[in-house]
Write a protein that binds this ligand. Structure first.
Ligand SMILES: Nc1ncnc2c1ncn2[C@@H]1O[C@H](COP(=O)(O)OP(=O)(O)OP(=O)(O)O)[C@@H](O)[C@H]1O
Ligand SMILES: [Mg+2]
Length: 368
C-alpha cells in the first residue's frame, strides 16, 4: 500500500499544501523544530484511523481562526487507486471516496493502513490499560470485520446490561439475554486478541533481539478475565453468576473485555518497573515492526510506516538496525530535525524539506 498524494487545507499549520510521494520509497520529512513535520504524519495517520494521535479535540487540528479542515489523499493498493477525502466543518466530519459520501466510519477506516511510531507512545507501557486495549482494537478492527462486529456488539450489550443493573427492579430474563449475548460476543473478541498477541510474540522473538543485541527477550502477556486456553464460555458464565450481587450494587458490569490489558515482559519482568527509556523505545519499535509484518501477512500489503522523530534517542547502531529492518518495498515516512546519517543500502530515499512559510499576502503555508 502506498500514499501517492496528500492535500491539506486549513489543517494545523498548513493553510493549503500538496505533497507527492513515490511508492515504496523512504520519505524523509526534514526541517527545524515547529515547521510542520509531525503535522504531516498526523494527517496521514488521521486518514488511516480517523483519530489524531496527539489530541482528542478536533478543534486543535483546524488551522487557527478557520472553521474547518479537509484532507485529500490518493492511495494505491494492489495497483488500484483510492481517492479519499475527509472534510470537517461545523463540528461534523464528512467522509468521501471518489467524491461519494461514505456513510460509516468503519467503511473508511483502514482503507489507508498506516502504522505509526511516535515518541508520545512512550506512555504506552506505563499509562492506563485503555491505551493498550485501544492498540488491540485499532489494529484488529482493520484486520477483521468479525472482530469489529463482535466489539461493537459487546459495547452495546455492556451498555444495556449496565443500564438494567442500575434499575431497582429488573427483568431477570432480560438480564440473562444480555449476559448470554455478551458472553458469546466476548468469546470472539478474546479469541482474536489472544491469537493476535501470540502472532505478535512470534514476531517479537526475532525482532526485539536485533535492538537489544540479543541480550534480552520481550514478550507480551494477554490479560483477560477468563483463561482463553480453557472453556471460556463456562468460565464467563460462572464469573457473571458469582458477581451478580456486586454488579447490582455498583450498577455496572465489573468483569469483561472492557478490563483487558497487555503486560509487556522484559526478560520475564513487567516493563514499567524495570525498563529504561532506551529499552521502551526499542520495545515500541520492535512492536510496530512486528505489527507491520503481521499486516503484510494478513492483507498481502505492506502498511505505510510512519516514524515520527524516531532517531532522536536511538544510538547510531540502533538507527542503522532500524533502517536495515525496513522491508524493501514498504513506503516509509520519517521525520527528522537534522539530516539522517545512515546507510540506506541503495533504497530509494526522498528528502522533503519542510519549512513553515511565513504568512504572506495570501496567508499560505506550504512545504518547500
Ligand atoms: N491548529 C493549528 N493552527 C495553526 N498552527 C498550528 C496548529 N496546530 C499546530 N500549529 C503549529 O504547527 C507547528 C508545529 O508543527 P509540528 O508539530 O508538525 O512541528 P515539527 O516540525 O514536527 O517540530 P518538532 O521538530 O519540534 O517536532 C507549530 O508552529 C504550531 O504553532
Ligand atoms: Mg515533530
Amino acid at each position: 500500500m502506498n500514499l501517492l498524494e496528500l492535500r491539506l487545507h486549513q489543517f494545523r499549520s498548513y493553510h493549503q499544501a500538496a505533497f507527492h510521494f513515490d511508492p515504496g520509497t523512504i520519505h524523509i520529512l526534514e526541517g527545524a523544530n515547529a515547521q510542520g513535520k509531525t503535522n504531516v504524519i498526523e494527517a496521514i495517520s488521521y486518514v488511516s484511523n480517523l483519530r489524531s494521535f496527539r489530541t482528542r479535540n478536533v478543534r486543535d487540528l483546524i488551522e487557527h481562526s478557520a472553521s474547518g479542515f479537509s484532507i485529500d489523499a490518493i492511495c494505491e493498493s494492489r495497483g488500484r487507486r483510492e481517492n479519499l477525502r475527509i472534510h470537517h466543518e461545523d463540528g461534523k466530519k464528512k467522509l468521501f471516496r471518489y467524491g461519494n459520501p461514505v456513510p460509516s466510519f468503519s467503511q473508511f477506516v483502514g482503507t489507508l493502513n498506516a502504522v505509526l511510531f511516535s515518541p508520545d507512545d512512550m506512555m504506552f507501557f506505563t499509562g492506563a490499560p485503555a491505551l493498550r486495549r485501544r492498540f488491540l482494537d485499532t489494529e484488529l478492527v482493520k484486520l477483521s470485520s468479525a472482530y469489529t462486529e463482535a466489539l461493537r456488539s459487546c459495547q452495546k450489550l455492556l451498555k444495556e446490561r449496565n443500564a438494567l443493573l442500575k434499575r431497582r427492579q429488573f427483568d431477570q430474563l432480560l438480564l440473562d439475554t444480555y449476559t448470554d449475548g455478551l458472553i458469546a460476543q466476548q468469546q470472539t473478541v478474546i479469541q482474536q486478541r489472544q491469537r493476535f498477541v501470540m502472532h505478535l510474540n512470534r514476531k517479537l522473538k526475532k525482532l526485539y533481539p536485533v535492538f537489544s543485541k540479543g541480550e534480552e527477550t520481550l514478550e507480551i502477556q494477554y490479560k483477560t478475565f477468563a483463561d482463553p486456553e480453557k472453556d471460556t464460555v463456562r468460565q464467563m458464565r460462572t464469573i457473571y453468576e458469582k458477581n451478580l450481587d456486586r454488579d447490582r450494587r455498583f450498577g455496572a458490569t465489573g468483569d469483561g473485555i472492557h478490563k483487558d490489558d497487555l503486560v509487556f515482559l522484559l526478560d520475564g519482568y513487567p516493563m514499567p518497573a524495570v525498563s529504561s527509556q532506551g529499552q521502551k523505545r526499542s520495545a515500541l519499535l520492535a512492536l510496530k515492526l512486528a505489527l507491520c509484518a503481521i499486516i503484510k501477512e494478513k492483507t498481502g500489503q505492506h502498511p505505510v510506516f510512519l516514524l515520527d522523530d524516531v532517531f532522536s534517542e536511538l544510538d547510531p547502531d540502533r538507527r542503522q538496525k532500524l533502517i536495515d529492518l525496513l522491508p524493501e518495498d514498504m513506503q516509509v515516512f520519517i521525520t527528522a530535525a537534522e539530516p539522517v546519517q545512515a546507510d540506506f543500502k541503495g533504497r530509494q530515499v526522498c528528502v522533503h524539506h519542510i519549512r513553515k512559510k511565513s504568512k504572506g499576502k495570501d496567508g499560505q503555508h506550504e512545504p518547500q
